[in-house]
Each structure stands twice: as structure tokens, then as C-alpha cells.
Write a protein that binds this ligand. Structure first.
Ligand code: TNX
Length: 542
């Protein structure tokens, strides 16, 4: 009898777990405020989503998860029943992307200003649920219970980005969609697609079909990195050739938007464009007929010719189609690593230097970018580029992505420009994450999980005024040495989780040991999702 009473007192006779401790909570990124209360909310086949028509779509991802894992069709209604519901309440006093989540025995309430706040509230609910919620097939004997909590949460930065290089190796639409899902889970909101590089042009442009017909495919399908060594095969090879049709892009952009993710297109210029020149040699200074290279080419001397008006007409036409497809405020024009060898001996370039009153051919770089910036801003968009766009003076409305360390970010923010911080030191996911003898071939460098976790887009040298210009941070996955989807996942996860926390959570809420505990739970989720993450959480000391 005594035992029975004890059982009742501690709720052990109830079917579901209702007693939770802090250890059971493992949300990534760490919310700003989380208070654990007694009791729990249990999802049942009768749980309703109470949503105003305007936001009905936002709950669908969670309904789909319940549909697959529990085989329930949870209903969406507009009026709240007596209990057992998840309600979305518009609260215009909250900041953009912020949410408040209140879980009690009777109901779950999510307050937000709009779509993305609701989405993030629901993503937190998802992370409070057992990881079986991620299962694509029916799971038995799971109690779909979440602890009673009060959460108040908002991002530290508004640019929480991830760049995927789809040029060096092509990753198909489905992989991009799956990546968007993972970004949303971690409350990341920006996917930067590096659509153009020497090794492949990956976006259909109707006016210039050869860009993808020729530039989208390598003649020599064998890949030859210049420091090649055998690398273990991980899953199926991503193809070296391929491109997104405009229909694909529309699908990607629409899907991303439903996941709160803005897709920033990058159309490289003036260098890293051998794929375009292979298709249209007239874009270069000397019409050299070149091939789309398979491996890396260094230095890159076949670049666009800034001496010819036709080069700019071409780029404006390309960008018009790009802007039609991508609603993104930011249009990335690359701008990095242009070697000006050809410009120095090109008559058209020299004439341009004279006509524009420039000091030398080097200054054509900033002439080029400034001209493109005028075009982009005339269409109401904002130009963003790698930090080389600072050279020779930055275009007035340009935003800088600082990759060669933080120098570019410091300089641009000092001049009053917005910046996105993406230094190689903390954000380059093509670097090794563990012992280089054991890891698959990578670009070089060392970037263990613990170092990504230390990333802070605001650096010490910045004044408060400069810090205001920091839009946020971004991780980049360059794919010269990433030939398969499984390897792309390996390089991306869990480092993306560390980066997500660095750009979402408040600095004082970050704690490495607690993060590594929560990442272990994320691994269980990734196991169910079938994601090939690196188990590098154990590489703490590197
Ligand atoms: C530099 S980062 C590049 C890329 C390479 C990367 C490899 C940047 C703007 N340019 O073209 O893929 O290094 O880490």
C-alpha cells in the first residue's frame, strides 16, 4: 500500500513521463530564458492547433512529423477548445523573429509578431519532444510529452547564415531542401548559395543558355585536386555536372521561405568565372577558348573584362533574371581573388583606366564593383561581396562579408557599412575538424567544434558603433574536397549547431560543457534523421 501511494504521489502510475529535470532539456541554440515548471503537456490524437488563417502554414511541418511518426492527423482550428491545444497568438510588442512559449498541462501557447517567431516557437516544441518525432515511419510506445516551460527567446543577430558551394561539386535540389530543414531546426535564417565558380555555373539563365549547357558541365569528369591524396569514399558521389533550372530555384526559394530561410544568390565576378568564359569566351579580355576546369586553378587569370561594355550588359542581364527569382534584399556578387594579369595587357582595360581617370589597372576592381553596386541598388536591392570589394574604396551602399579574418569587417564597419562576419578562423567548414590523419581529405586548417563554438561576430576591437553594423555571422562550406552528400553532412554537422548558437544565443548564455551535453542529444535526433554528422564533440582539446 505504501509503495502504491508513493507511486501515485510521484506520478509513476501515469502512462507518460511528467517529471522532467533540466537535464532532459537540450535545445540548440540555447534560448535566452527558459524556466522549467512542474508538470507536462501530452500530445494526443485530439490535440488541436489553434491558428489564425494567415499563419496556418507554419504548423504544417510539425503536423507532418506527427503524421509520420504517430500516424495522427492533428487538426487545425480557429477557435480554442477547452484544453489540449497548441495556440499561436500574435503579439506585436515582440521583436522580429522573437517568440514566447508557455507550456502548461492544458495547452501550449506561442506568442510572436509573425511567421518566423511562430516557426521558432514550434521548432523549440519540436526539440522538447522525444527525438522519435523525427521518424519517417510509425514508432510505437512513445509518449509525446513535453515539459511545462516558460521560454522567452530572440536571436542575437539577424543574419544567421550558411553558405553552400554548389559549384565545385553540384548538390541537387533535394539536398538543398534537406539542408534548409536543418537550418530551420537550428533557427538559422540565411542560405547563401555560391552558384558560380570556375568549376561550374549552376543556375539556368534563359538569355544565356550556354552558361549551364557548357558552363554547368566539366569536360574532364575526373576530379584532380592539386594536392590530391586518396580519400575514403563516403556514400554516393555528388555529380560534377549539373545545374538548377529556374523552376528548381523557384521551388527552393518557396520552400526556404516556408522555413523562415532567405536564400541569398551569389553570382561571382570578376574572377572565379571560368565556367562562364568557357561558355562565352568574349566575356574575357582575349577570347581564349578555355574549358571548365575540374580541379582548382591558381592563380585565376581568365576573368571578366572590365574594358568592354558588353561585359556589363551581360552581367546586368544575368542579375535581372537572378533578381526575378530571388526576393532576397541582398545580392552577392562575389568579388574575391581576382588576379589582374590580363587586365594589365588588355587595350580595352587600359582605355577604361584612362577614360575613368583611374590611377592604374588594379583600380578596375573597385570600378567594376561600384558599377555593379549602382545597378543592384537601382533595383532596390543591396549588394554584398567578399572583403576584396573594399580594395580601392567601397561602393556606397555595399555590405561586406569578411572572410580573410576580421580585418574587412573592422574596416567596413568603421566606414559605416554593414558587415557579415565569416572569418576562416571560425567559419570555414571545409577545414579539418579532428586529427588530420584520420579525417577525410579537406582543404586544410583546423576548425574543431569547440572553436566554432567560440565564434563571436562582434570582435573586441570594435566600438559599440561598429558593432551595430554587424548583421551577424555565417559558416561557409566550400566543396573542392567535398565530393558526396554524406561528406557534406559530415563537414556541416554538428559544427552548424555550434555556429547557430554563436549567432542566436546571448554571449553570457553560452557554455561549452552544457553545449556538448545538448549536442549529444542532437546526435540522437540526427541518428533518427539519418544525418551523417561528425562525432567531433569529443575533440574538445584541439
Ligand atoms: C577561398 S573564401 C575562396 C574560395 C575557396 C576557399 C577555400 C573565398 C571568398 N574564396 O574560392 O573555396 O578559399 O577555403
Amino acid at each position: 500500500v505504501l509503495l502504491f501511494l508513493l507511486f501515485v504521489a510521484f506520478g509513476c502510475t501515469e502512462k507518460s513521463k511528467t517529471v522532467f529535470s533540466q537535464e532532459d532539456i537540450h535545445i540548440v541554440p540555447q534560448p535566452n530564458d527558459l524556466k522549467l515548471n512542474q508538470g507536462a503537456f501530452e500530445f494526443t490524437p485530439d490535440t488541436k492547433f489553434v491558428v489564425d488563417g494567415k499563419y496556418a502554414e507554419v504548423v504544417n511541418f510539425l503536423r507532418e512529423k506527427f503524421n509520420r511518426s504517430a500516424n495522427w492527423e492533428l487538426e487545425v482550428v480557429t477557435a480554442a477548445p477547452a484544453n489540449n491545444f497548441v495556440e499561436l497568438v500574435v503579439d506585436t510588442s515582440l521583436k522580429e523573429e522573437a517568440y514566447v512559449l508557455e507550456v502548461s498541462r492544458e495547452k501550449v501557447t506561442i506568442k510572436a509578431k509573425g511567421y518566423s517567431g511562430f516557426l521558432y516557437g514550434l521548432e523549440t516544441v519540436r526539440q522538447l519532444l522525444p527525438v522519435s518525432i523525427e521518424s519517417n515511419t510509425l514508432v510505437d510506445a512513445v509518449d509525446w510529452v513535453i515539459p511545462n516551460v516558460d521560454v522567452s527567446d530572440a536571436p542575437r543577430f539577424k543574419w544567421r547564415g550558411f553558405m553552400m558551394d554548389v559549384s565545385r561539386h553540384f548538390f541537387g535540389k533535394d539536398y538543398i531542401m534537406a539542408t534548409i530543414d536543418q537550418l530551420a531546426l537550428l533557427k538559422m535564417n540565411t542560405l547563401h548559395l555560391h552558384l558560380v565558380d570556375d568549376q561550374g555555373w549552376r543556375i539556368e539563365i534563359k538569355k544565356y543558355p550556354k552558361l549551364t549547357q557548357v558552363g554547368g558541365f566539366r569536360v574532364d569528369q575526373e576530379e584532380k585536386p592539386w594536392n590530391a591524396r586518396p580519400t575514403p569514399e563516403l556514400g554516393t558521389k555528388a555529380t560534377l555536372g549539373g545545374f538548377y533550372t529556374q523552376e528548381d530555384i523557384k521551388e527552393i526559394v518557396a520552400y526556404a521561405s516556408s522555413k523562415g530561410v532567405n536564400v541569398v544568390p551569389e553570382i561571382e565576378m570578376p574572377a572565379h568565372v571560368m565556367s562562364a568564359i568557357a561558355a562565352y569566351p568574349e566575356l574575357s579580355c582575349f577570347q581564349h577558348q578555355i574549358m571548365v576546369p575540374s580541379g582548382g586553378v591558381w592563380p585565376i587569370t581568365e576573368i571578366y573584362c572590365p574594358g568592354k561594355e558588353s561585359t556589363f550588359a551581360f552581367l546586368e542581364n544575368v542579375l535581372l533574371e537572378v533578381m526575378e527569382l530571388f526576393p532576397s534584399q541582398y545580392i552577392h556578387i562575389g568579388g574575391d581573388e581576382a588576379t589582374k594579369t590580363n587586365w594589365k595587357v588588355c587595350a580595352d582595360c587600359k582605355k577604361r583606366v584612362r577614360d575613368e581617370g583611374l590611377a592604374n589597372v588594379e583600380e578596375l576592381q573597385s570600378y567594376f564593383i561600384k558599377r555593379m553596386e549602382r545597378f543592384v541598388s537601382s533595383k532596390g536591392r543591396t549588394l554584398i561581396g567578399w572583403d576584396e570589394i573594399l580594395e580601392g574604396g567601397l561602393a556606397p551602399g555595399a555590405t561586406v562579408m569578411s572572410w580573410r579574418g576580421v580585418k574587412g569587417g573592422l574596416e567596413a564597419s568603421e566606414a559605416g557599412h554593414d558587415v557579415v562576419m565569416s572569418p576562416t578562423s571560425h567559419c570555414y567548414f571545409d577545414y579539418y575538424q579532428g586529427d588530420q590523419n584520420l579525417e577525410p581529405l579537406a582543404w586544410g586548417g583546423n576548425l574543431p567544434l569547440s572553436k566554432v563554438y567560440k565564434f563571436d561576430p562582434v570582435v573586441e576591437e570594435m566600438t559599440p558603433e561598429q558593432a551595430k553594423h554587424v548583421l551577424g555571422g555565417q559558416a561557409n562550406l566550400w566543396t573542392e574536397y567535398v565530393p558526396t552528400e554524406a561528406q557534406a553532412q559530415y563537414m556541416t554537422y554538428p559544427r552548424l549547431a555550434a555556429l547557430a548558437e554563436a549567432v542566436w544565443s546571448e554571449k553570457e548564455d553560452k557554455e561549452w560543457l552544457d553545449f556538448s551535453r545538448r549536442v549529444s542529444s542532437l546526435f540522437e535526433r540526427y541518428n533518427v534523421l539519418g544525418i551523417n554528422y561528425a562525432k567531433s564533440v569529443y575533440q574538445v582539446s584541439m
